[in-house]
Structure formats: structure tokens, C-alpha cells
Write a protein that binds this ligand. Sequence first.
Ligand code: GUN
Length: 276
Amino acid sequence: MAAKIIDGKAIADKIIEGLKEKIDGLDKKPGLAVVLVGDNPASSVYVNIKSIACEKAGIRDMKQHLPENTSEEEVLGLIEELNNDSDVDGILVQLPLPKHIDEHKIIEAINPLKDVDGFHFTSIGNLFINREKFVPCTPKGIIRLLEEEGIEIEGKHAVVVGRSNIVGKPVAMLLMNRNATVTVCHSKTKDLGEETRKADILIAAVGKPKLITADMVKQGAVVVDVGINKVDDRLIGDVDFDDVKEKAGYITPVPKGVGPMTVAMLLENTFEAYNK
Ligand code: GUN
């Protein structure tokens, strides 16, 4: 039987609608400052998507767009201003930053109480010791999708393919915090298929189009595709969707799977920051 396709867009829309209802009743609306440095085309698209989502939820979009040649000191100066601005509840610095700017230095300058991206050491440390505060948006969105579908995590074998700081590592931690047995695979894993076939829950987050094929998936597994790869002007995931959907129990599509959840979780984190 073909897999159930998880409609991330519908779940994200429902979350945003719920936030809007709460925010509509507030005199002062939450404010989110997304900082974009330069004109990386993919980043510009993502930042625009975030602006549109802010508008839908009733969150004040306090976007800051700086030119490519902005110095590290100038970016740090802006972060300090945003930290001290009581109208700003959440700060997100869109990555990647131009090469002359130290990304870690910038992220560490953000007030952890406004770290809606969950990338500050304080947020990561809290996640690590199972005191989840601001959780990175894509991993948080993945867990929410599983919860919304009533998929149990405890006791399951979860295999994460990819060990990035943004997705692989934090989602592995979230799964562990929910009592899954977690394997993390990466480019040096000897036999990827041997590992992925053990997965009850398989998360693919490597950025390699159609890397995961049906022979690498256990019958009935939950397959979450985090990949967004542009191939011939089409968006393709890390999972060979047409092949794998015949074998998996659940599968997320690309687009309209994990992507919209990332944005919904950013708005949710901003609302949390406002309430703190
Ligand atoms: N670039 C790609 N994904 C992300 C993300 O989740 N947050 C930020 N800040 N930058 C990104």
C-alpha cells in the first residue's frame, strides 16, 4: 500500500491560523527582526517567505537588509541595537553570511531571550540537556509533523542522514529527548543503506537529490525529507519520492512538506519570545 503523504503545508497553515487568532487579541503585536546581509538569491527568497508568513500571523516584520560589504562590526552593532529594542521580540540572522563575517560571532551576540532561530550556544546547550527553550525551527517542525500525525517516537529506531548544525544534530537530540534510539549517518558512513533500512523513522537532511531510494527503506517506515535541491528549475528532495512512497508508511513531499513547518515554527518561537 502506498504511504500516507504528510501535508506539511496544511499543518503549517493551521498553526499560523492559530497564532493569528491569539495575536489578533493583543494590543501590541510581536515583532520579528530578520537580518539579511547581501543578496544571496536563495536567502532573499527565504526571507521574503518569512515576511509573508509574519503578515499572515499578524507579527510585525522588522526585516533589516544590509549590503554585502557591511563589516562584521556593523552587523554586531545592529544586533546590539536589536537586542536593546523592546519592540523587537525575536532576532534571526539569515545564513549563510558573506565570507568576511564570522557567523558564530554574530549568532553569539544575539540575546538568548530573542534567539528564535535556536542557534545560540545557550539554546543549543538547553536542547542538549533536555531543557528545550528555543528549538531550531526545521527540527522542531519535523517533530511537530510526527506529533500531528500521531506517530509515536518513544522506543523507535530513528536514523538521521546528515549531521548539520541546523538540522541533523538538533533533530537527533530532539528524537533522543523523546526516547528514540538514534543513529546519525553522514558522508563517511560505510554502508548507508544498511543503516537506513533499520529506521522506523528516517530523516533525510543532506542536500543530495534522490539519495534515499526504496531499497534503503524498511517497509512501513516514516520518511521525512528535509532536502531542498534545485534540479532543472524543479525542487527535488533527498528522497526518491515516487519510488519510496510505495514502500514507506508515511512520507513528506518536497515542496509542501517540512519547508512550511520551518516557517510556522519560526512564528511560534517569536510568539514564545514575546510571551517571555
Ligand atoms: N539558512 C538556511 N536555513 C536557515 C535557518 O533555519 N535559519 C537561518 N538563520 N538561516 C538559514
